[in-house]
Design a protein around this ligand. Structure first.
Ligand code: UT7
Length: 323
């Protein structure tokens, strides 16, 4: 059975760090409130001349370097973002140009904070079908550009960054001992549009718009949706949550991550946590967390990883990966 194995990771965070104390001078908030309600202490914000494609290109270059590959070794780029450089063309094609990649094809995926899981599942299907042998999957965001910096209920939570992985086709036995993406599960529920959306766009207002969120309502759905999509992955493979070596969750809120971990009865030591330093970087959050735990040596070959995320739409999803 043809499998997509993650052979390398990379990430990039803009240089500028915005602390909770700085935010408390901009809106009516405190470091204590932000830490207690979200676990976030700081976040990175892109420079004025730094675009989503620039963040994505840095992350992609780091992944290519780890893999020892050249840009033209890649057949496909799938880039997840809700903050593209322009309405069109796809930011993925800008990254293709930035990398000097002269072949293959590139496109964007829009599933907001679940974007990386959607992009990973899409690329996995291209690899499994034989339409691509090597794929670059990126999550990149400049959420600072769609935040209402006067709205304390949202501007303290979201941030900028990028993460990338390289998928390469390998033959497996078709069992859960194989390396690579063992299963992925995606969901959406368009009825929940009003709980998390951007109030603008090319067709509706001809403006970019700002992020609007009913945080409490999103929170209420998050833990249940995430726990259920994790169970779905376990049932599909016949594995149990005891088999998971690392949970690499979307980094929206430490309380959501803790709640999901408790519901899954996972040892907190097995959860990769970056929300404290990165904030919620939407589609970039899972590959950023993954890259950190790969590079610091926590994630080791043969281990079982569960990636999950939830975001606007609503959308939510999981992927079970043997490293
Ligand atoms: O990436 C995927 C999507 N996003 C998420 O997963 C986010 C999900 N939601 C959350 O993470 C949490 O709901 C928040 C962190 C957004 C908020 O935490 P909460 O415990 O649900 O707080 P709350 O919205 O119930 O607000 C509690 C109080 C309110 O005051 P009242 O109504 O009790 O007087 C808010 O007005 O906190 C107030 N508040 C703030 N106070 C200080 C809201 N934002 C702030 C703030 N600083 N920045």
């Amino acid at each position: 059975m043809r499998r997509s194995v993650i052979t390398a990771t990379g990430s990039y965070l803009p240089e500028r760090i915005l602390t909770n104390d700085e935010l408390s001078k901009m809106v009516d908030t405190t470091d204590e409130w932000i830490v207690a309600r979200s676990g976030i202490t700081q976040r990175h914000i892109a420079a004025d001349d730094e675009l989503t494609s620039d963040l994505a290109t840095h992350a992609a270059k780091a992944a290519l370097e780890m893999a020892g590959l050249k840009p033209d070794d890649i057949d496909l780029i799938v880039l997840a973002t809700a903050t593209p450089d322009e309405t069109f063309p796809a930011t993925a094609t800008v990254v293709q140009k930035n990398l000097g990649m002269t072949r293959g094809f590139a496109f964007d995926i829009q599933a907001v904070c679940t974007g990386f899981l959607y992009a990973l599942a899409t690329a996995d299907n291209f690899v499994k079908s034989g339409q691509a042998t090597r794929a670059l999957v990126i999550g990149a965001e400049t959420f600072s550009r769609i935040l209402d910096w006067e709205d304390r209920t949202t501007c303290v939570l979201f941030a900028d960054g990028a993460g990338a992985v390289i998928l390469e086709a390998e033959d497996g036995e078709g069992t859960s001992d194989d390396r690579g993406i063992l299963t992925s599960h995606l969901h959406s529920d368009g009825e929940k549009h009003d709980l998390l959306y951007v109030d603008g766009g090319p067709s509706s207002t001809q403006t970019t718009g700002y992020l609007r969120m009913e945080g409490r309502e999103v929170f209420r759905h998050a833990v249940n949706n995430l726990a259920s999509v994790v169970h779905e992955a376990m049932e599909a493979t016949g594995l149990t949550t005891d088999d998971i070596d690392w949970l690499v969750p979307h980094q929206a809120n430490k309380r959501i991550i803790d709640g999901t971990g408790r519901k899954l009865k996972l040892d907190p030591e097995k959860v990769v946590l970056t929300v404290d330093k990165h904030g919620n970087t939407s589609a970039a959050s899972v590959p950023l967390a993954l890259d950190e735990a790969v590079r610091d040596g926590r994630i080791k070959r043969g281990q079982l990883l569960l990636l999950e995320a939830m975001g606007g739409g609503f959308t939510w999803g999981s992927a079970l990966v043997r490293w």
